[in-house]
Design a protein around this ligand. Sequence first.
Ligand SMILES: *[C@@H]1O[C@H](CO)[C@@H](O)[C@H](O)[C@H]1NC(C)=O
Ligand SMILES: *[C@@H]1O[C@H](CO)[C@@H](O)[C@H](O)[C@H]1NC(C)=O
Ligand SMILES: *[C@@H]1O[C@H](CO)[C@@H](O)[C@H](O)[C@H]1NC(C)=O
Ligand SMILES: *[C@@H]1O[C@H](CO)[C@@H](O)[C@H](O)[C@H]1NC(C)=O
Ligand SMILES: *[C@@H]1O[C@H](CO)[C@@H](O)[C@H](O)[C@H]1NC(C)=O
Ligand SMILES: *[C@@H]1O[C@H](CO)[C@@H](O)[C@H](O)[C@H]1NC(C)=O
Ligand SMILES: *[C@@H]1O[C@H](CO)[C@@H](O)[C@H](O)[C@H]1NC(C)=O
Ligand SMILES: *[C@@H]1O[C@H](CO)[C@@H](O)[C@H](O)[C@H]1NC(C)=O
Ligand SMILES: [Zn+2]
Ligand SMILES: [Zn+2]
Length: 509
Amino acid sequence: MNSVLLFFLVLLLQDGFAKDIGVFWQVTDFHYDVNYSSTGDPNNMCHQDDVTFNATGSYGNYLCDSPWQLISSAIEAMYKIKPDPDFIIWTGDSVPHVPESDLDLDKVYTLIGNITDEIIRVFPNTSLFPVLGNHDPFPSNQMPYDVENNRYYKDILNVSNWNIVLRANESKQFQHGGYYSSQISKKFRLIGLNTNLYYDQDKLTRDLDDPANQFAWLKDELEGARKRQEAVYIIAHVPPGSFELGTGLGWFYDKYNRRYLDLLEEYSDVIMAQMYGHEHTDSFRVQLDAEGKPINTLFLCPAVTPWKSSLPGVGANNPSVRLYKYDRDTAIPQSYTQYYLNLTRANLKGNADNWEKEYDTSDVYAIDQLTPTALHGLARGFGDKSNKVFLSYLEFNSVMWDTSHECNDTCFIHHYCAITQLDYGQFNACLAGDGRLTTISPTDTTRHHSRRPTVPAQVPSYLYYVMGGLAVLLFVLFLVVAVMCFRRGNFRSFRVPKYSKFGSLSVNS
Ligand SMILES: *[C@@H]1O[C@H](CO)[C@@H](O)[C@H](O)[C@H]1NC(C)=O
Ligand SMILES: *[C@@H]1O[C@H](CO)[C@@H](O)[C@H](O)[C@H]1NC(C)=O
Ligand SMILES: *[C@@H]1O[C@H](CO)[C@@H](O)[C@H](O)[C@H]1NC(C)=O
Ligand SMILES: *[C@@H]1O[C@H](CO)[C@@H](O)[C@H](O)[C@H]1NC(C)=O
Ligand SMILES: *[C@@H]1O[C@H](CO)[C@@H](O)[C@H](O)[C@H]1NC(C)=O
Ligand SMILES: *[C@@H]1O[C@H](CO)[C@@H](O)[C@H](O)[C@H]1NC(C)=O
Ligand SMILES: *[C@@H]1O[C@H](CO)[C@@H](O)[C@H](O)[C@H]1NC(C)=O
Ligand SMILES: *[C@@H]1O[C@H](CO)[C@@H](O)[C@H](O)[C@H]1NC(C)=O
Ligand SMILES: [Zn+2]
Ligand SMILES: [Zn+2]
């Protein structure tokens, strides 16, 4: 009798507190090459010279950057799969990996504008949040910080049409260094950063303290968000920490990496997720505090461009886009689905109808919310280089370009340490096999993980009565909350993009 009652109570409770789930797209690293030719030379970025090549491909080549056909097929595929997401984030790098002599600022503005226009054309009713990549200034990587004497950010707004995408006050903010903050809903804020300023290939910012005052601004924004009890997403191009492939090089200058991580740690209670691009690979990061407790998740989304990196030990990838599910009330990401184009097949067929699902985190990783603890558990569960879940992750890492499963101990430890150690010193200690940091086995109990509560093996029978009583109490509480919610009319309205033809756009289911 008691258990039957409990069963119905649980059903009622689940129904009463059903999550309000929203979705959003992330797309990144288009690297649009206007000079791509389907008869070009694959060993020269598929640029046409005197010799005509036959098998370069209409949709792209693993040795080259994206032709327009690939870019528009990716955006069209996003629309076909999910035409009405809550918003789209676009994390930079539109400019191709071509010699500097082929480019200038006008060409850069034009091609960034081409992609902006295409996303707006396909998704005229959806909010778009763009950030700049390290390839987007000219010369590449040299992101200006001296905003008083530089037109770059103004031109991106004015010439590349980002002033259509951002609201007036976000555009105004953007002029001060390519960063902005946007309120998405009542309790949810998105912060777009220009982390290219911290990239160690930026010679302009090497000797500075706080390029474009972004650190000071970010701290203020996060402080304000905490006071207003808003959940925050951070989006940016270059991630902190180290590359999981090749020699494991770090992206930021050391001093900026440390300062950025400290800020992320200080405000881990308001930051619900971070999304980055830049690596072109599919990976993630979990920030741990000094006690080894997971506090932040960083998602690294793979690229649209298939281009094989020039870095030693780094390969190519299939073109890819990502759809996240998140809880609209807490902003906690629930899962994401990775979609991809098998480039070889698209070129053989002569069409890009085969944009398809690659995997869904809730299936392959069997985790129901993408929290720091869940993702840390996933990484720890990798165990070793022949672990099945790790081998799935490894296939996804190159978006199924490399399905050979070739990954020796050195390769494995680079993945594991890059995912779990964002500080360079700790990353190196992890690689060197410092036992206190490389706690790979999920069953071990080193000092960093000894705080987990121990679960009693047997449940005493009186607990069932206690639980029954609690359930009845919860039921009463539920009724009260339900009535209150009804009265409040739990309504949330989303921002209206400036180019929308609507007076108001609301999302309420
Ligand atoms: C190029 O490809 C076309 C179509 O597949 C084929 O008819 C032609 O013979 C090929 N040319 C060369 C030089 O391989
Ligand atoms: C395309 O190629 C032409 C001819 O080499 C060159 O002048 C131009 O700068 C290139 N454009 C881009 C965007 O790479
Ligand atoms: C890119 O923009 C330029 C300037 O507006 C335009 O001439 C060109 O046709 C555009 N290219 C594409 C592929 O839309
Ligand atoms: C955008 O909204 C308008 C007005 O409801 C609608 O007619 C149009 O089909 C929408 N466009 C897209 C691409 O969803
Ligand atoms: C924007 O560009 C137009 C011409 O393309 C120019 O007349 C105008 O002054 C620019 N505005 C700003 C704020 O730079
Ligand atoms: C931008 O304007 C909106 C609406 O007026 C406001 O809610 C928001 O706080 C402003 N954002 C900034 C960064 O000033
Ligand atoms: C991609 O397509 C090619 C050609 O059809 C096929 O050989 C290959 O196995 C496919 N790759 C994946 C990961 O499905
Ligand atoms: C793992 O493979 C890489 C090259 O793929 C090689 O440089 C490295 O020495 C190998 N490490 C071990 C432990 O075999
Ligand atoms: Zn890139
Ligand atoms: Zn990049």
